[in-house]
Design a protein around this ligand. Structure first.
Ligand SMILES: [Mg+2]
Length: 310
């Protein structure tokens, strides 16, 4: 295995104390967009530095938005989860694929009948938005695939019947392959369900409401009212978090606490490289400011422990 360096990746060199010099954030952004799983927390555990970072951004009046492709939670559930972890957040500061998909369906396909292969939060959000749903293939106009841990053969059959030689379309909340869990584990995510439907029908998914799609980006930017160059997107996935920022010409920070590692960065095309590569999420704040604030890379983990949910 060849050694990965910032130089080999075409990144400007900056001293980090590690073997590989990397570019690190020096500027302050007007808004900080954060992925959640693998970036702020992993499962039910806050990741190191997240708590003090969010407190600092609140104190300095920066705008904050949390983005997640995970459609198994709604805004209220995210607010509850983050609050238990010690992070204060308003519902409108959370944009996940439930929010973006419901907004897109309401805007682009008003009145169309949807078959949601989904867990309850998405089903409830569709109902609350007045979007008609059905499991009758003769009525279904849109098959909506998502991260559904109740997925089974009967749901696949309904999707097949609706798409096979009918005029329905296939869309997805997100196209993540798996959702990361602590200890290096994970769960199959929506990409597996989309693939199963595509494999048996030959029909391709035509829209994805999660990162890196423009649907998610437009939903987020509408909540901020800022230009992409005023924002920093931080996440643990190259093909969702970083790709969305790259497509929007927004600066991006890849944090190495979830999906991506330096080998996957090395395999990524130069045009899709993150602006910054960070060992932990609070390193979106410059080293000079972190030093002024008295932050260390050791004490933050013990700070987070007291706020972990039961
Ligand atoms: Mg993530």
């Amino acid at each position: 295995m060849s050694e990965t360096t910032a130089t080999s990746l075409g990144l400007p060199a900056a001293p980090t104390g590690n073997a590989a010099p990397r570019a690190l954030p020096e500027r302050v952004y007007d808004a900080y967009l954060f992925d959640l799983d693998g970036t702020i927390y992993l499962g039910e555990e806050l990741l190191p530095g997240a708590l003090q970072l969010l407190a600092h951004l609140r104190e300095t009046k920066r705008r904050v938005v949390f983005l997640s492709n995970n459609p198994t939670l709604d805004r209220a559930m995210y607010v509850s989860k983050l609050t238990k972890l010690g992070i204060q957040v308003a519902p409108e500061e959370v944009v996940n694929s439930v929010v973006s998909m419901v907004a897109w369906l309401s805007r682009e396909h008003p009145g169309k009948t949807v078959y949601p292969i989904a867990e309850q939060p998405l089903i409830t959000a569709l109902r609350d938005a007045g979007i008609p749903t059905s499991s009758n293939p003769d009525e279904i106009e849109i098959v909506l695939a998502s991260y559904d841990r109740g997925f089974d053969y009967s749901k696949l059959q309904i999707a097949f019947d609706a798409l096979w030689k009918r005029d329905a379309i296939l869309v997805a909340t997100n196209l993540d392959r798996y959702c990361p869990f602590p200890g290096g584990r994970g769960e199959p995510d929506a990409a597996a369900i989309v693939a199963a439907i595509e494999a048996c029908t030959g029909v391709s998914c035509v829209a994805n409401a999660g990162k890196p799609s423009v649907i998610m980006l437009e939903t987020v930017m509408a909540t901020l009212g800022l230009r992409p160059e005023q924002c920093l997107m931080t996440g643990d996935r190259l093909y969702t978090d970083v790709k969305m920022a790259v497509d929007a010409r927004m600066d991006s920070a890849l944090v190495l606490t979830g999906d991506a590692d330096l080998d996957s960065v090395a395999r990524t095309a130069a045009a899709d490289q993150p602006t910054y590569i960070l060992d932990r999420v609070d390193h979106v704040i410059s080293a000079a400011v972190r030093h002024q604030l008295g932050w260390s890379d050791v004490t933050t983990e013990s700070l987070a422990v007291g706020h972990r949910s039961a």
